[in-house]
Design a protein around this ligand. Structure first.
Ligand code: NAG
Ligand code: NAG
Ligand code: NAG
Length: 210
């Protein structure tokens, strides 16, 4: 898993740009990041007050929504790697999910609910793959309710022998539901259309209208 590297660098970039946009001094920002004891002293009083109101760590640029989304996505990808996109994945999807499979494969299209996505994409994939991928996360970028996860699969094959190793990019919008749980409400997924088509070769989709 290379995710910690991706997360660390993503956090650094966000923190840095946040600091420089306010202080206008990139030199200051790196100093403050490493020497937290002096950060409050070298920060203008007004800035310290403004940032202390937004979050409890005035020397860092932390957006609590972004960090909540990041924690949700990190634990989700850990969970789906363990249960092979089973119960943990289904629980993370809102009933009102809208999932778009980009590209031009046989499963490309927009699926306007969790039930339809599972029936038209996930179930057929389970039918044609030996086993669903164990995601290897390369990068996670979060901004507010949004997360982009770049991951890849290795050693995945269709039952027809076609190789299914590819790079994925999932752009995901999350929301906190009435129970206070964060769920995925919108996804645009990028896949390798040629490899998707190859595993579905010979497969007959359920043509029953929903
Ligand atoms: C957190 O980030 C999101 C997305 O950039 C923004 O909409 C939201 O206002 C931010 N929240 C705070 C408290 O700064
Ligand atoms: C939603 O959150 C509640 C607690 O707020 C928890 O008991 C429940 O298991 C959560 N539901 C899911 C599907 O994770
Ligand atoms: C085919 O689709 C219908 C309606 O969407 C569904 O009720 C049925 O269970 C599906 N059959 C299979 C074999 O997946």
């Amino acid at each position: 898993m290379r995710s910690p590297v991706g997360i660390a660098s993503a956090f650094f970039v966000i923190g840095l740009s946040c600091w420089s946009s306010i202080s206008g001094s990139p030199r200051h920002s790196s100093k403050n990041r490493h020497d937290t004891s002096s950060s409050t002293q070298s920060t203008p009083a007004a800035l310290g007050f403004m940032m202390a109101e937004a979050h409890p760590y005035p020397h860092q640029c932390v957006n609590s929504t972004t960090e909540d989304t990041r924690a949700f996505v990190e634990s989700l990808f850990t969970a789906v790697a363990l249960d092979n996109f089973g119960a943990s994945f289904a629980a993370a999807l809102s009933d009102d999910l809208v999932w778009t499979v980009s590209g031009s494969s046989v499963i490309a299209g927009t699926y306007p609910s969790k039930q339809i996505y599972i029936e038209k994409v996930l179930t057929p994939l389970r039918a044609v793959l030996v086993t669903l991928p164990v995601p290897i996360v390369e990068h996670i970028f979060c901004d507010g309710d949004w997360a982009t996860v770049n991951w890849r699969s290795e050693g995945v094959y269709g039952k027809n022998g076609a190789n299914y190793d590819m790079q994925y990019a999932w752009l995901m919008r999350t929301e906190v539901d009435d129970e206070g749980n964060r769920t995925i409400v919108e996804v645009t997924g990028f896949y390798d259309s040629i490899k998707v088509n190859a595993v579905f070769e010979g497969y007959v989709f359920n043509a029953t209208k929903v």
